[in-house]
Design a binder for this molecule. Structure first.
Ligand code: HT7
Ligand code: ZN
Length: 876
């Protein structure tokens, strides 16, 4: 396949200032008439042919300036339209008629049907599946869209911008016209047509403009959009308050569809969402669902400024909009909820998804330099590490200068298709700082490591810190340059207070942040009479791994006393990880696992510490996942030993603290009306953590079964169900709860997804049998990405022991499914296939079987570019 390279970027020879689209909708045949005003780009040469992108298109007619073109004037294939005979002038009008078939579009890119609703997905290169176009993000055009459809089938006709005209036509058909005054790239085009219910509201912007808000959902589910609507209004107000950004159209519409490749899409004025991230009420959604909805509604809304008003010059700059917008949605959620809890959750996600990517065969810079398939670059690196980079810029500049830089970015680049260089330049300009070394965060792949050695001289009251950075090689980048790493720290005194110090090598330290720029820094602190504990990378100020020789007592001290709540969590989490690693070694050596008593007490104390928020305590007591432990071990992984060690620790902590955990469980029960707010969600999560411990340590399913019976909301019901399925598999209680859940929610796809998910994630000898039989369940479908992800995605990413079965049967099932999905939807299949990216760190037996599975995929006939790209890079 073709490799696209950043250095090959050239501005287009032609521009398209105006685009007029006319859709005649029919499920099996939709006609698209596109009338483009084309302008030669004065900055590039002329005389070139006009080459437009297409994908699986059928051309019906082609006119230039009102004249039909003869067959010799152009060449056409489903993938390209090349016009040689062009008028001489600077501008001309091109009219292209194509025919497409929404009902057979199973890839869910371009125009497709979901539950009889016509909808589009154009990012990154889906517009070319609708009509021939210069389908690249630096071609900004003003769109007018006319949609015509059967009124009974599609009473609702939506597109970007503001509505301008609508009317009736003969034969039961009708039409609507939409005008979007803001020039936009083709990937932000959207159309929706169908029969949907709506929840409406209004928002008055800071300058007093009225905006009509609409969330369109399946009839009967309108009230389930109420939380999303509330989140939308809070997002609009927050962007005004925190970034000074106001909404710019008369309407803002959101449509929820059930078949969607990703989470949501920020099309101008018409966001399209996976319904999983819109619909919620207490009976059907968990607290995690509510939090995701809030974050994703905000994310897509924030794109209106960071993505739409200022877009990307080319797809190499994807992190320009995604990293920045993730940063903005993180800040929003931190302001709406608890900042410390939010930060811990972000770091857990980063470590679980981005670190393995950065440390494996799929590692790539946040701004990649080459790709074969752009859809495979919507990654945790581009999104989450991209957001961490923006966060580091704020750390380096401080809140005020950061805001000044953002203001300048909006002022200087509104209406532009911009680059990462443009973005960095605004901060260099406002802060008068050189960010060229810092810019390596965008250009260099891999997770840097920081090693810290400390020596303390009590007599002289001196502490010396030796800090060293290194970056491991990644695919195609064997030698790394030195990075600028802002490392926030504190020196913690004997009663948990932050010590006051003076330091030599002051050049490296600013506001309790060491700016690590050289390979090595030696920092002398004076005025330190007692040996302090080191609290490093506070707030996770930089996305790095840390190697610090530290005694467990010191970690335990920090876990109890550090004034930085993130570092407290980190200290406890590290202790837990180390304990599980030790126990897994014992298990592999044929011994019974055991754990330090201090750790068991520490867990009990933190659970009961009323000075900490419940959500924080729940997160602190959530053990590192099996994959997190595997990542820390790094090589020769045996997932069975890790699971056994982790379960043994859960049991030991539960047993050691049984009485207080029981009390906590009882005290946290609240009979009041349901509220999805962060405080109430925190109480539920701590209570459900207690349930899990008590269930494992007692071996008794009755408490979970009783909770399942009595639950009045989905959070408590699904937590009880998961505990039954995981801690008490094959008991009457578990099987009956699973059956009752299925019975109750069989006609509610989003809830039934949870039923698939819980079973797919439950470890154990028989889990593959269960998962196989679920893949034959009448409610399972390869056509619905949410269902596929619930079963196959969960099995391969969250069921380490089932997926990595030592006989390779987990891989065999997985490969069969990936290849079956691929025939309909290459994008979803390619994403699933990334579950094998850490295959090299497995023990030799599993490693060989995983490699065989990858080879089996790569030798399949007619493999899509999406899946081929992932598999070949994973094997390389
Ligand atoms: N910008 C959106 C990305 C997206 C997407 C990309 C490829 C294929 C399908 C897709 N659906 C949505 C989502 C976002 O980051 O906001
Ligand atoms: Zn985004």
């Amino acid at each position: 396949g073709q490799v696209f390279k950043l250095e090959d970027y050239r501005p287009s020879d032609f521009l398209i200032p105006q685009t007029k689209l006319s859709f005649h909708l029919g499920p099996d045949r939709t006609t698209v008439v596109s009338e483009l005003s084309i302008e030669r780009n004065a900055e590039t040469g002329d005389g070139e042919p006009l080459v437009l992108d297409g994908d699986a298109l059928a051309l019906v007619d082609l006119e230039i300036d009102g004249e039909t073109l003869g067959p010799n004037a152009y060449e056409v294939t489903p993938e390209k339209l090349t016009i040689h005979a062009l008028p001489k002038g600077k501008t001309f009008r091109l009219k292209i008629t194509t025919e497409i078939s929404p009902s057979t579009n199973t890839a869910l890119m371009g125009l497709y049907r979901s539950n009889s609703v016509y909808c589009t997905q154009c990012e990154a290169e889906g517009f070319r599946r609708i009509t021939y176009f210069l389908d690249r993000p630096d071609i900004l055009s003003v769109y007018t869209v006319r949609i015509e459809a059967d009124r009974a089938e599609a009473p609702l006709l939506l597109s970007n911008g503001n509505p301008s005209e609508a009317g009736e036509l003969d034969g039961g058909r009708h039409y609507a016209v939409w005008e979007d005054p803001f020039p936009k790239p083709s990937y932000l085009f959207a159309l929706v047509a169908g029969d949907l219910g709506v929840l409406k509201d209004r928002f008055t912007t800071m300058s007093g403009r009225e905006v009509e808000l609409g969330i369109y959902v399946e009839h009967g589910k309108e009230q389930r959009a109420a939380y999303a609507m509330d989140a939308l209004k809070r997002s609009m107000a927050w962007d005004e308050e925190v970034f000074g950004r106001e909404y710019d159209l008369d309407v803002f519409n959101i449509v929820a569809v059930s078949d969607f490749n990703m989470g949501a899409m920020e099309n101008k004025g018409l966001n399209v969402f996976n319904d999983k991230y819109v619909l919620a009420d207490e009976d059907t959604a968990t607290d995690a669902d509510f939090a995701n909805i809030e974050a994703i509604i905000a994310h897509e809304y924030f794109h209106n400024w960071t993505g739409n008003r200022i877009t990307c010059r080319d797809w190499f700059q994807l992190c320009l909009k995604e990293g920045l917008t993730v940063y903005r949605d993180h800040e929003f959620s931190a302001d709406q909820r608890s900042r410390a809890v939010k930060r811990i959750a972000e770091v857990r996600t980063l470590k679980a998804h981005q670190f393995p990517e950065d440390q494996g065969p799929l590692a790539h810079p946040v701004r990649p330099r080459r790709y074969r398939e752009i859809n495979n670059f919507y990654t945790a690196t581009v999104y989450e590490k991209g957001s961490e980079i923006v966060r580091m810029i704020r750390t380096i500049l401080g809140r005020e200068k950061f805001r000044e830089g953002m203001d300048l970015y909006f002022e200087r680049h509104d209406g532009d298709a911009a680059t990462i260089e443009d973005f960095l330049k605004v901060f260099e300009d406002v802060a008068e700082k050189d960010l060229s070394q810092f810019a390596l965060w965008y250009h260099q792949a891999g997770t840097p490591n920081i090693t810290v050695k400390a020596s303390h001289d009590a007599q002289r009251g001196e502490l010396v810190l030796d800090i060293e950075q290194s970056s491991p090689p990644t695919p195609g980048e064997s030698r790394k340059r030195l990075m600028h790493i802002p490392l926030a720290f504190g020196l913690v005194g004997p009663s948990g207070e932050d010590l006051v110090w003076e330091a030599a090598d002051g050049a490296a330290i600013e506001n309790s942040i060491v700016h690590v720029r050289r390979r090595k820094h030696t920092i002398h602190f004076t005025g330190i009479s007692e040996r302090p504990r080191l609290s490093l990378n506070r707030g996770f100020s930089a996305p790095v791994t840390l190697s610090v020789e530290e005694k467990p007592e010191d970690r335990a001290f920090l876990a109890r006393h550090d004034s930085d709540l993130f570092s407290r969590w980190q200290a406890l989490n590290t202790l837990m990880t180390e304990a599980i690693i030790e126990a897994s070694k014992m298990i592999r050596g044929g011994k019974e696992p055991s754990f330090p008593d201090d750790l068991l007490t520490l867990c009990g104390d933190i659970a009961a510490d009323g000075s900490l928020e419940e959500a924080y305590r729940a997160l602190a007591l959530t053990f590192p996942g099996e994959a997190d432990v595997a990542r820390e071990i790094g090589s020769n992984i045996d997932p069975d030993a890790i699971l056994a060690a982790r379960d043994a620790l859960v049991e030991a902590v539960g047993r050691a603290n049984a009485a207080s955990f029981e009390k906590l469980y009882e005290n946290l029960s609240d009979g009041g009306p349901f509220s999805p707010d962060a405080r109430s969600a925190g109480r539920r999560s701590l209570r459900n953590a207690m349930l899990d411990y008590l269930s494992e340590s007692s071996g008794d399913p009755r408490r979970a079964a009783a909770q399942f019976e009595r639950a009045t909301n989905m959070t408590d019901r699904s937590a009880a169900l998961a505990t039954l399925a995981i801690r008490h598999p094959d008991t009457l209680e578990a099987t009956s709860a699973l059956a009752r859940f299925e019975e109750r929610y069989r006609s509610d796809p989003l809830v039934l997804d949870k039923w698939f998910q819980i079973q797919a994630g439950a470890p154990g000898r028989h889990s593959l049998d269960t998962v196989r039989s679920l893949s034959e369940h009448r409610a399972f479908s390869l056509a619905n990405p949410n269902r596929v992800r619930s079963l196959v995605g969960t099995f391969s990413s969250a069921n380490q022991t089932g997926f990595h079965r030592p006989d390779g049967e987990g891989y065999r099932f997985f490969t069969d499914m990936v290849l079956a999905v691929e025939r309909r939807n290459p994008q979803v299949a390619a994403r699933l296939a990334t579950a094998l990216r850490s295959w090299r760190s497995l023990e030799p037996g599993r490693r060989a079987l995983a490699r065989e599975a990858l080879l089996r995929i790569s030798s399949a006939e007619n493999l899509s570019p999406d899946l081929r790209d992932i598999v070949e890079r994973t094997l390389a």
